[in-house]
Design a binder for this molecule. Structure first.
Ligand code: FAD
Length: 616
């Protein structure tokens, strides 16, 4: 009790106000100062070790509940001896939180720090536990020095990151929607090391967040609280490439683009391609069952992954690394790991069927006529038929060589042009389409593409267009499409939705959302994989507010569900969507998923708080 009173008096509110005033009016970065004797200065032991050094002080990146990480080094208490220290670790059932009355004020303080630091141009996002306060930390063991020593013994000093500045990038997702405060990132190189880590964590009930390239868009790849991050970044060995069968075997941490470059020397290519190819890992792709720009032609990973190796939560290695095209011996266990987003095991190796690299590639970029959308509530159909006609024609006339059919609306093009300074090949149009062919005979493919373009022009289905087979021009067009996510990110806070809809309703959600939100959003735009019926709806606002989120969700999911769509076409469920899963999956399916989770990971250490909805 004396400790508590001590600490309350040590938070000098007058001083905080004065410092805030200086920050607001004099634009100085804010660093709250608390007296080093307060229990807040005895954070998690790892944090206390980690704040050593001037760099940590300079950065001023506090962990939630750790309002001291800006301070010069404070000696941590003897591990396991102080009650308040154990309470801060969340391991003492008797003392959950020594200062519950101070938590709200400190949370507000953290928000202010974020706000002020953003003003200084250093965007620091709120922690997920603050932005999503309904999600509570599970009863997992907090790391202590012994745990770290084990990891260092297993991996070596250099592959165990604990400094806040080293861990920060692993705590924030690509679109900066979610942020954890892990102070331990592990970088195994081999399957055996992954196995050693998981066996150890499972026994002690330490939560683990698997991470590949951290390009996921649903908050699945970063910790929610202090989960240990297991990064596959150093598991990047290509094991074999068979020129005849086209089968590539590699470790899970290989970067998609590097694999594609490697395969080009063998006359092959990866069966998937996406805007994040320069960063995402094949293990991350498999774990999210990523779709991408050419799923229309090459199918999804459930088809092209022939086999994989995974490590179960208890450390057991599961060898399903078949390279056979046909293998119907019992259940196809690989499917447990394709798309399960790191909740059932960690993928360590992948065998994947790769198609031949096309000898002829053609690309058309089309400017569409204005059309009125068939909305969910009205019966008016006008020229959306036009777009559908183009898709239908492309599928039939280009048939076996059609490799991609993408679309974007005017506001999407605008965001790319204004933020990335990329040049649109066409003047302004309400809608744009990209149609690509992959084939083996240049003359034949070009002739097919030209005939198709002539036909849609003759039928007045398009207003304008450009076609090319020049590599640099095709790259410029793909750049526009592939960098949309990056441009949107620069436009403001983005609410992202990745929806599958029956093709006749493909765009209907965009005007419905525009009507619903009116001027409360800065921009509401849509683009996506039209050929697969996969729309990316993006709502951009100046700042995240719960109010606007409440206007969007669950409406967006109800709308999708009523049209018999899917609330996640390709990005997965991650941290942001579990409670909405029932809009796309039956109760029975969700129950079976939960049973599988218990079977595969009975202690729930793998990527907690993700994918599965909480039990009510
Ligand atoms: C610019 C941009 C464009 C994108 N375009 C597309 C697109 O067209 N189509 C598409 O589907 N997605 C797209 N994405 C989303 C993202 O790139 C994919 O989801 C990708 O597959 C994630 O791979 P990653 O290595 O970055 O995985 P991460 O983001 O690190 O992780 C994603 C999920 O997989 C888990 N995970 C990662 N590695 C493993 C492993 N080895 N074992 C078990 N679990 C693991 C993580 O815990 C997390 O839940 C895009 C993202 C960006 C930023």
């Amino acid at each position: 009790m004396a400790d508590i009173l001590d600490s309350v008096s040590s938070v000098n509110l007058g001083e905080i106000h004065q410092t805030l005033y200086q920050c607001i009016y004099k634009r100085r970065p804010f660093q709250p100062r608390l007296t080093p004797t307060s229990p807040w200065n005895f954070p998690h032991p790892i944090v206390a070790h980690a704040v050593e050094g001037p760099e940590a002080v300079k950065r001023g990146l506090p962990a939630p509940g750790d309002h001291t990480s800006h301070l010069p080094k404070v000696s941590p208490p003897q591990q396991g001896t102080s009650r308040s220290a154990r309470a801060n670790q969340g391991s003492d059932p008797l003392i959950k939180d020594p200062l519950p009355c101070l938590r709200p004020s400190l949370r507000i303080l953290n928000t202010l720090v974020n706000f002020l630091n953003c003003g200084e141009g250093k965007s620091i996002n709120p922690f997920s536990q603050d932005r999503y306060p309904h999600v509570k930390r599970g009863d997992y063991t907090s790391l202590d020095a012994d745990h770290l020593n084990f990891f260092r013994g297993l991996l070596g000093e250099g592959r165990v990151l604990t400094k806040p500045e080293d861990c920060e990038a692993y705590n924030v997702d690509w679109i900066k929607n979610v942020r954890g405060y892990s102070r331990c990132v592990l970088k195994p190189k081999t399957t055996e090391e992954v196995s050693g880590i998981l066996a150890f964590c499972n026994e002690r009930r330490i939560a683990v967040c698997p991470q590949g390239g951290n390009t996921g868009l649903v908050g699945g790849s970063v910790p929610v609280f202090d989960e240990v991050v297991l990064s596959t970044a150093l598991m990047n060995e290509i094991i074999s490439t068979n020129d005849t069968s086209g089968v590539l075997v590699c470790q899970a941490g290989c970067i998609l683009e590097s694999l594609d470059s490697h395969l080009a020397n063998h006359g092959l290519m990866m069966p998937l391609d996406l805007g994040a190819k320069g960063s995402c890992h094949i293990g991350g792709n498999v774990s999210t069952n990523a779709g991408g720009l050419r799923l229309l032609r090459y199918g999804n990973l459930q088809g092209s992954v022939l086999g994989l190796e995974a490590v179960k939560a208890n450390g057991e290695i599961l060898d399903c690394l078949s390279t056979l095209k046909k293998d119907n011996t019992g259940y196809h266990l690989k499917h447990l790991f394709i798309g399960s987003e790191g909740t059932l095991g960690i993928v360590t190796k992948v065998a994947i069927q790769c198609p031949p690299k096309p000898k002829a590639v053609n690309l058309a970029f089309l400017g569409e006529r204005k059309y009125i959308i068939l909305t969910f509530t009205s019966n008016c159909v006008d020229s959306f038929e036009t777009v559908l006609k183009i898709v239908r024609k492309a599928k039939r006339e280009l048939s076996e060589i059609l490799s991609s059919c993408e679309m974007m609306d005017e506001l999407t093009m605008d965001v790319v042009v204004s933020h990335l300074k990329l040049k649109s090949p066409l003047p302004q149009h309400p809608f744009y389409m990209i149609i690509e062919t992959h084939g083996s005979n240049e003359n034949h493919d070009e002739e097919k593409m030209n005939t198709f373009l002539q036909n849609i022009m003759d039928e007045k289905l398009v207003l304008n267009g450009t076609a090319t087979s020049e590599v640099s021009k095709m790259k410029n067009i793909w750049d526009i499409r592939e960098r949309i996510t990056e441009a949107l990110d620069r436009d403001g806070y983005v609410f992202k939705y990745d929806i599958s809809l029956p093709i006749q309703n493909f765009y209907s959600l965009v005007p419905a959302m525009q009507e619903r939100l009116g001027t409360s959003a800065k921009r509401i735009c849509g683009y996506g994989h039209l050929g697969d019926g996969n729309l990316h709806l993006n709502i951009i606002v100046g700042e995240f507010t719960q109010d606007i989120l409440n206007k969007i969700e669950p409406f967006v999911y109800q709308f999708t569900s009523q049209l018999k769509g899917s609330i996640s076409a390709e990005h997965g469920i991650g941290f942001r969507k579990p409670k909405y899963m029932h809009y796309s999956k039956s109760e029975t399916s969700i129950r079976l998923m939960k049973e599988l989770k218990v079977l595969m990971d009975p202690r729930g250490i793998l990527n907690p708080y993700k994918v599965l909805p909480e039990n009510k």
